[in-house]
Each structure stands twice: as C-alpha cells, then as structure tokens.
Design a protein around this ligand. Structure first.
Ligand code: AP5
Ligand code: MG
Length: 215
C-alpha cells in the first residue's frame, strides 16, 4: 500500500508516519528528512538548500523529485508513506509517473486537517532525539525527565532551524499557495481521505488506521 500524508507544517505527518512504520512495516519517505540529512552532510546539494529551508521556502521540484526517485529505486517494504512529498502539482504528476514506471500506484492520500493556531504552538514546542528521530513536544509529549529518549536512550535533543515563528509563517504561506491545491487534485482522482489532525496522537492514529483498513 502506498499513501501520502498531506498537511501543513506541524500537522503531524512525521509523527503518524513513524507510527505506521512501526505498526505496519511501511517505509517512510520524508523529503524534509532527506534534505536535512543532505544539509548536515555538507554536500553540494545540502549547501544549496540550507538557506532556502531556513527561510521556509520550497526547494526546487528537480531536487526533491530526484531524491524520491533515488529512494524508490530498489526500495523494499510493505509500501511507502510519502511524508512532505509531493508539495506541488509538478511533484504530484512526477510521483504518479514514477509509481506507474514501477508498476505500482497510489492507494490513498490522507489529509490531516488542522488549524493554524495549533500549528504555531506545536512547531515552536517541538524537539527531536538526535539519535533516532523520535519526536517530542514541550506541551504534549515532553522529553523524559531522566533526559534519555524513551525510544533509544539517546541524550541529545535538537530543534530545527526553521522552527521559529518567522520561518513558520513562510512555510504556511508556501503550503497554502503551492501545496493545498493538491487537495483538489487528489479529490478529483478519487483518492482523497481526510482525518481530523487536531485530536490526540492516538486518536489521529486510530482514524488513519480506519482509512487504511479499507484497502
Ligand atoms: P518538512 O520536514 O516536511 O516540514 P513540514 O512540512 O514543514 O512539516 P513538519 O515536519 O514541520 O511537520 P509534521 O507535519 O511532520 O509534524 P510533526 O509530526 O513533526 O519540510 C521542511 C522543509 O524542507 C520545507 O519547508 C522545504 O523547505 C523543504 N522541503 C521538504 N519537502 C519538500 C518538497 N517536497 N518540496 C520542496 N521543498 C521541500 O509534529 C509537529 C509537533 O507536533 C511535534 O512536536 C509532535 O510531537 C506534535 N504533534 C504531532 N501530532 C500531534 C497531535 N495529534 N496532538 C498534539 N501534538 C502533536
Ligand atoms: Mg515532518
């Protein structure tokens, strides 16, 4: 099964993708994580995208489509979760073509519906375990009091360079201008499902499972 998790910054795409990886043995393909990895490896491409990401703008279609193509070739697993991809109509068309070339297809697009107020507080409160990527939130899922990640025991926690109010405003603007048209695009293709992303993490997880159980 191949699915897209679609939603604005902070909607819970990464959180729900990780839950699906653990519970369904699916493969998470997050272009944001791939780009951050390129940035920290100081590759040519990483240097090129650093400023763009810090500002909250979208990286060019060519770069992200190239990253996804690379990951799809030779990947195995019980289906893909596209997290943060596609983000433009051109990326959505390219994904359709790539899956078609693999003899595969997209089963469903799960839109996580949230409101902007919730997003600001979620994003500014987020931190991540530097070792395993487990996500924490100062309000809803604080880092363990013993200072050790509950998943891997790591003691180093990081905050993203673009998790500040100014970059978030720009990320939201990019979402509404360039990514939200995908809701209509996938509705038109008959593959759109929507869940309420404002519920607690476990409640959202259950709603997503109910959608996926139909396939
Ligand atoms: P990316 O990394 O994809 O960031 P994003 O889309 O802005 O989304 P986030 O990762 O911030 O949010 P999320 O929905 O994953 O929420 P999370 O689960 O972490 O992209 C970053 C940048 O890379 C872009 O701005 C762009 O520059 C570039 N880029 C990436 N992909 C690209 C593409 N395809 N094309 C062009 N450029 C691209 O949750 C957030 C917080 O809320 C966490 O603390 C979590 O614990 C908490 N939380 C989650 N769910 C709940 C809940 N139900 N209730 C309470 N708290 C919750
Ligand atoms: Mg994410």
């Amino acid at each position: 099964m191949n699915i897209i998790l679609l939603g604005p910054p902070g909607a819970g795409k990464g959180t729900q993708a990780r839950i699906l990886v653990d519970s369904q043995n699916m493969v998470q393909l997050s272009t944001g994580d791939m780009l951050r990895e390129a940035k920290s490896s100081a590759s040519e491409m990483g240097k090129k995208v650093e400023e763009v990401m810090a500002r909250g703008d979208l990286v060019t279609d060519d770069i992200v489509i190239g990253l996804i193509r690379e990951k799809l070739i030779g990947a195995a697993g019980n289906g893909f979760i596209f997290d943060g991809f596609p983000r433009t109509l051109a990326q959505a068309d390219a994904l359709g073509t790539l899956l078609g070339e693999m003899g595969s297809n997209l089963d469903t697009v799960v839109e996580l519906r949230v409101d902007d107020d919730a997003l600001v507080s979620r994003i500014t409160a987020r931190s991540t375990c530097a070792s395993c990527g487990e996500m924490y939130n100062d309000q809803t899922k604080p880092q363990p009091v013993d200072g050790k990640c509950s998943k891997c025991g790591g003691t180093d926690f990081t905050r993203r360079a673009d998790d500040n109010e100014e970059s978030l405003r720009q990320r939201l603007m990019e979402y509404y201008k360039k990514t939200s048209p995908l809701i209509g695009y996938y509705y038109g293709k008959g593959v759109l499902s929507s869940v309420n992303g404002l519920g607690e993490i476990d409640v959202v997880k259950t709603e997503i499972s109910q959608v996926l159980n139909q396939f």
